[in-house]
Write a protein that binds this ligand. Structure first.
Ligand SMILES: [Zn+2]
Length: 217
């Protein structure tokens, strides 16, 4: 029996919820991965690579250090483990990461187009924009580097060019909730753009206000 069982179970539960709700590219998809930081340690747990999440147990969730040495877990870790480690290194405020291939965010990943601030509650939760991480091959050091540079903007959701999305949180529930908020804003923005009519975004005064509120949370 491995250690950190509770947090491994939470990671597995989050991956199952995201999979069931089509965030991994389809009802049967495992195109995505989930991780969580171990408090006060330079360690994190992450889902294994290339297995359906309804076929694994907590014993197969991988425990890694930030140098990507696997400490526990009966399967190989996600090929994107380096990207997750980079986020935990660059963003001390982040304790959970959900990488998804969610549908509407994927539209903007092929348009290579950021999403502007459109709603108060989403700006409060994820920041004033959804930037695009430049493309690099899945699992590569180049992709981890691009992710590290883009997540430095302090926001909590990101589009990955020609790939998918990243949703960060203070815990797994927040990362999962941010995936939902990103899907909503991407769906609304896509539908609004399709009308060809002008789109209004939040004014700078609102962005300043919500940023001040975020600092108090
Ligand atoms: Zn992916």
């Amino acid at each position: 029996m491995g250690s950190y069982i509770d947090i491994k179970q939470e990671v597995l539960d989050t991956a199952l919820w995201l999979s069931t709700h089509h965030y991994f590219g389809g009802e049967l998809g495992s195109g995505g991965n989930v991780s969580a930081r171990i408090p006060d340690r330079d360690l994190f747990v992450i889902t294994p690579t290339a297995v359906p999440y309804d076929e694994i147990t907590t014993d197969e969730i991988c425990l890694m250090d930030f140098d990507l040495t696997q400490i526990e877990g009966g399967l190989k870790p996600s090929i994107e483990a380096g990207m997750h480690a980079t986020i935990y290194t660059k963003r001390p405020d982040i304790r959970a990461v959900a990488h998804t291939h969610q549908l509407h965010a994927s539209i903007f990943s092929v348009l290579n187009m950021p999403i502007p601030p459109l709603f108060d509650e989403i700006t409060l939760a994820i920041g004033d924009r959804v930037d695009v991480v430049p493309y690099a091959i899945s699992g590569s050091d180049a992709l981890a580097k691009n992710v590290g540079e883009t997540v430095a903007n302090g926001c909590r959701c990101f589009i990955m060019q020609n790939h998918g999305a990243l949703n960060l949180g203070s815990d797994l529930r927040e990362a999962m909730g941010n995936a939902e908020l990103l899907e909503k804003i991407a769906r609304v923005y896509h539908s609004a753009l399709a009308t060809g009519r002008p789109i209004t975004t939040l004014p700078q005064s609102a962005l300043t206000f919500w940023e001040e509120v975020r600092q108090t949370l």
